[in-house]
Design a protein around this ligand. Structure first.
Ligand SMILES: *Cc1c(COP(=O)(O)O)cnc(C)c1O
Length: 407
């Protein structure tokens, strides 16, 4: 039977990591819903605290259910180890701050998740860490951004909401030219099944496990994967002492969700191809942002660094804010909600929702118009997804107040 590294991703989502050795032979990973672990005797407790003997102590420091999830996601990312976190932001904060101190410098992509941007631009500055946000599609800008004290380079690809892609190999090469620089990639939109940033030089990969990894919309969680040494550092500093560790119950739910990740991603991706084509052909839509289309500026990276363009797309409604709001309000099945990667198709309006904290000028610079709509394509029958969009478009078109010109 295929073992360890030779197992395929479809198998790793179910069997990745060391098989759980349950005394009763439980098929599924048991849920160790416990805060603390009983030492057989005082000396054992002492040895565990001294690091002389392996064994569990207290769930913030480690838990068997959580450890199983960590190993499984690490196997999927082809990384040595994993650290599970309470939320995706817990993962972003723990992964970056473990390697930063006052006086250090960070280079971040100018298009990252809103709370990552807030953490880097507001909190980091307060602790004396300076962050330069740059357009990482510009290789010269990236090369010129490095300083002697640069310790972390952080990016997301595809980037929300326009699905702009960054060339991981190019960024990885620049990071490798400098000493003591860690490339940290937020791989939430892709999952390890569609993209493995470690293969292009990323030292650490973070996920909001809230999204595809869990896939059922019932937890908020995060995970970091990387070298055993880096993960140990994170666990012994920013995770243990800042405390955003994952609860055993959340880990148990994600282990359960993960088993279907491969079949879910296949369906998410296939549905998205059809939805993107439908949107592209509709008279209410002036532009569709989907890396799978040949006119996408970084289309060449699809099939090279990423196996598929993924299942989050954005599109521009003719008629601006009023048309976008009408479209969302007249949907019958598709839910109006932020987040992504769930079985349910979710739709949101970035300008008034995910990207509303930006100033109007910053939104304009980032191309987040009032007509922009983002959709996370779910697992429903694709004809039902398209049918719902179609009926809502028709109602927008039949509304005498809707003026579908590019406003
Ligand atoms: C949702 C998300 C996060 C934050 O994750 P939480 O689980 O909500 O804390 C970070 N990065 C990306 C790309 C996300 O989509």
């Amino acid at each position: 039977m295929a073992k360890g590294k030779t197992m395929r991703p479809e198998t790793l989502v179910i069997h990745g990591g060391t098989a759980f050795n349950d005394p009763h032979g439980s098929l599924t990973t048991p849920l160790y819903q416990t805060s603390t672990f009983v030492f057989p005797d005082a000396e054992t407790g002492g040895r565990r605290f001294a690091g002389e003997e392996s064994g569990y102590i207290y769930s913030r420091l480690g838990n068997p259910t959580v450890a199983q999830l960590e190993q499984r996601v690490a196997a999927l990312e082809a990384m040595e180890a994993g650290a599970a976190c309470a939320t995706g932001m817990g993962a972003v904060a723990a992964a970056t701050m473990a390697f930063l101190k006052a006086g250090d410098h960070v280079i971040a992509s100018d298009c990252i998740y809103g709370c990552s941007f807030a953490l880097f631009s507001h909190l980091f500055e307060r602790f004396g860490v300076h962050v330069d946000f740059i357009d990482m599609t510009d290789e010269t800008a990236l090369a010129n951004a490095f300083r002697e004290n640069t310790r972390v380079v952080f990016l997301e690809t595809p980037a929300n909401p326009h699905l702009r892609l960054l060339d991981l190999a190019m960024v990885g090469e620049h990071c490798a030219r400098h000493n003591d620089v860690r490339l940290i990639v937020d791989n939430t939109f892709m999952t390890p099944l569609l993209q493995k940033p470690g293969a292009f030089g990323a030292h650490l990969v973070v996920h909001s496990a809230t999204k595809y990894l869990n896939g059922h919309g019932d937890v908020v969680a995060g995970i970091i994967t990387g070298s055993a040494e880096d993960i140990h550092t994170i666990k012994m500093t920013t995770l243990k002492d800042m405390g955003a560790t994952m609860s055993p119950h959340d880990a148990w739910l994600i282990i359960r969700g993960l088993k279907t990740l491969a079949v879910r991603m296949e369906k998410h991706c296939a549905n998205t191809e059809r939805v993107a084509e439908f949107l592209q052909s509709h008279s209410c839509v002036s532009k569709v942002y989907y890396p799978g289309f040949a006119d996408h500026p970084q289309h060449h990276l699809v099939g090279t660094q990423m196996a598929h363009p993924g299942a989050v797309i954005a599109f521009e409604m003719l008629g601006g804010y009023s048309a976008a709001v009408q479209l969302l309000n007249q949907l019958e099945m598709i839910r109006v909600a932020v987040s992504l990667g769930d079985a349910e198709t979710l739709i949101q309006h970035p300008a008034s929702m995910t990207h509303s904290p930006l100033t109007p000028e910053a939104r304009a610079r980032a191309g987040i118009t009032d007509g922009l709509v983002r959709i996370s394509v779910g697992l429903e029958h694709v004809d039902d997804i398209i049918g719902d969009l179609q009926q809502s478009f028709e109602r927008v078109l039949s509304n005498p107040r809707a003026r579908l010109s590019a406003v």
